[in-house]
Every structure is written in C-alpha cells, then in structure tokens.
Design a protein around this ligand. Structure first.
Ligand code: F6P
Length: 342
C-alpha cells in the first residue's frame, strides 16, 4: 500500500512529528509513503518526494515547521483542479491521503473525500479551534511561548510602573489568550468570544494602581473586539484568502488606555514567534499519537474521518464533526478565568 501525506495552512510545532509518525508507522506495517510539498498546491502541481524511515526522518520529531512546506490555496482553484489531483494520485499509485491541517484544510479534505479521494484528516493549529478534538497539537507549544513572554513582561512592567499589553494569536477564538493569560497571571484577558468594554478594562487597571500595585498585564487575542458603541476600530486589511490581518489591536488598546488613565502603556505583539520552534513534549506525544492512529486508519481503509483527542483517547470522528463549527472558549472556562482578573 502507498500512502501520501501533506501539510497545509499555517504551520505549527508538531507537524514534523506527525510526518515522522506516519512514515515510521506505515513503513513498519509494510507500506510506503510519499509527501506532497507546500500543501494542496504541491498535490495539484504533482510535486512529491519519497519519504523513507531513515535517520533524517527520525530526527525531525524535535523540529518546528514542516519539512514538506505548507501553503494556502484558494478554494475555487483547489476545486477546479480535482481532475488533476485524481490523475496525480493515480500516477503515483497512491491508495490513501493523510491531510494534516486546520479548519480550512480539513474542509478541503472533506471535499476531496466527497469527490472520491480516500482521505484521513489530522487536525493541527496553534489556535486550538478545531471542533471535535479536545486539543490540537501546536497549541501547547504556542501557550508555552506566550507564557514565557508574559513572565518576562512582568518584571519590566513592574520596574517601569507600566501597563503591558501582550497580543497573542487567535483570530476567531481566545484559547491561547485564555491559557497563556491564566498561566502567566495576567490581570486582564480579552478574547474574541466576549467583546470588551474599554471603560471596564481601564477601571480594572485603575483599581490595581489604587490598591498600590505598580503595574498591569493585559493579554489580548488578536481577534478580540470592542463592544459595539464603545470605540471604533480602524479598518483591517484583508489578505488574498479573505482573512483579516491582525497587527493592531494591542496598539489600539494601549492608545485608548493611555488616553483614559494617564499611565505609561506598552504593547508587544508575539506574532509568528508562537508558531515557530520546537514542539513541547505534550505536542510531540499528541502529534505522534495522531500519526499512528491516522496511518492505521488509512491502512485498513477507514477513510473520510479525522483523528481527534477525546479525554485520554484518540478516536476517529466524521469530517462533519470536525469542521461543522469552530471550537470556541465555553462560558464556564471564561467565567472561571474572570474571577482571577484585576
Ligand atoms: O495558524 C492560525 C493562525 O496562527 C492565526 O491565529 C493567525 O491569525 C494566522 O494563523 C496568521 O497566519 P499567516 O500569517 O500565516 O497568514
């Protein structure tokens, strides 16, 4: 049997651990593995490399990024290429495709499967917003990076009596902000699921200073929005895939607080630092477990499904469950964080 794999969408720590896991599991069970480069684009353009269970593959467990490269392809371009995709897979003698990616990639994988391509999905994203799985790999590594940054900002904020804003990733959901904010002892956390009132944010900071505290740390997810009617956000640019570019919310909030409180405020955008570097132990293990599970599913012909972590167990779930809707921060998690703020 011959398996193909690819990584698509934004990269994250742990992608290489999946590739390694797929190659080692498949090879051990007598199958061969091909990798397509740069996500769906490489599949459409038939850019593939043979992957062997050798020393090089063995060592990528620790490496961030993806040795196959990744990318995004417009849905319309992808769907228009279905005949080429099928031809390419047939020419290469591929029996199954393991597609590793986030919400967008898994939607593409479902579409391929509905159009007759045998696919198994593996969910990844630092944002942790893929439904049907308790955790995506990449998330724990991103939270570790953000927490380390917050730890460091505490000391400089305290030295200068400043409010520090830390902008983390999360265009639709606030998982990174919530976890890093809790782990880093932030004094306020702003997430897309709950639009914020800048007056309340300022009140919380002002109260800290009145109580004799010298500084404040606010963690804001890039997709956080002010409550309607509180203040107007500047227009955001949109990239070629229709995704809004988020490089400003931290600076906007810093400006608003400075105006209202007469306090020194600084903003730090962590950006792609959260996506780079070596995966944490948790992410290496999760990515490897997903790889083993997905490969075995592909080898026994269990297609049209996505691997997912449910409690302690890795399971196979339907594409519908995985991509139907995003996994947002539930109210009970938000409420328990709220009681620690201020
Ligand atoms: O991987 C998801 C994500 O990290 C989002 O939180 C972020 O907005 C986006 O990717 C940015 O990706 P890029 O800069 O690669 O378009």
């Amino acid at each position: 049997m011959r398996i193909a794999t690819l990584t698509s969408g934004g990269d994250c720590p742990g992608l290489n651990a999946v590739i390694r896991g797929v190659v080692r599991t498949a090879t051990g069970l007598g199958a061969t593995v091909v990798g397509y480069e740069d996500g769906w684009t490489g599949l459409v353009e038939d850019r593939r490399v043979q992957l062997y269970d050798d020393e090089e593959i063995d060592r990528i467990l620790l490496r961030g990024g993806t040795i196959l490269g990744t990318g995004r392809l417009k849905t319309s371009d992808f769907e228009a290429s279905i005949d080429r995709v099928k031809e390419n897979l047939a020419d290469a003698g591929i029996d199954a495709l393991i597609a590793i990616g986030g919400e967008g990639t898994l939607k593409g994988a479902r579409w391929l499967h509905d159009n007759g391509v045998p696919v198994v999905g593996v969910p990844k994203t630092i944002d942790n917003d893929v439904n049907a799985t308790d955790y995506t790999f990449g998330f724990d590594s991103a939270v570790a990076v953000a927490t380390d940054a917050i730890d460091r900002l505490h000391t400089t904020a305290e030295s200068h009596n400043r409010v520090m804003i830390v902008q983390v990733m999360g265009r639709h959901v606030g998982w990174i902000a919530l976890h890093a904010g809790m782990a880093g002892g932030a004094h306020d956390i702003l997430i897309p699921e709950h639009p914020f009132d800048i007056e309340d944010v300022c009140k919380r900071m002002a109260r800290r200073f009145q109580m004799g505290e010298k500084y404040g740390i606010i963690v804001v997810a890039e997709g956080a929005m002010p409550k309607e009617g509180t203040f107007v956000m500047p227009e955001r640019e949109v990239d070629q895939f229709g995704h809004q570019k988020f490089d400003d919310i931290g600076a906007v909030i810093a400006h608003e607080i400075e105006n209202r409180l007469d306090t020194d405020v600084r903003s730090t955008v962590l950006g792609h630092i959260q996506r780079g570097g070596t995966p944490t132990a948790f992410d290496r293990v999760l990515a490897t477990r997903y790889a083993v599970h997905a490969t075995k599913a592909a080898l026994r012909g269990d297609f049209g499904r996505v691997v997912a972590l449910r409690g302690e167990t890795v399971k196979l779930v339907s594409f519908e469950e995985a991509v139907g809707q995003l996994k947002v921060v539930p109210d009970h998690r938000w409420e328990s964080a709220l009681s620690l703020l201020g």
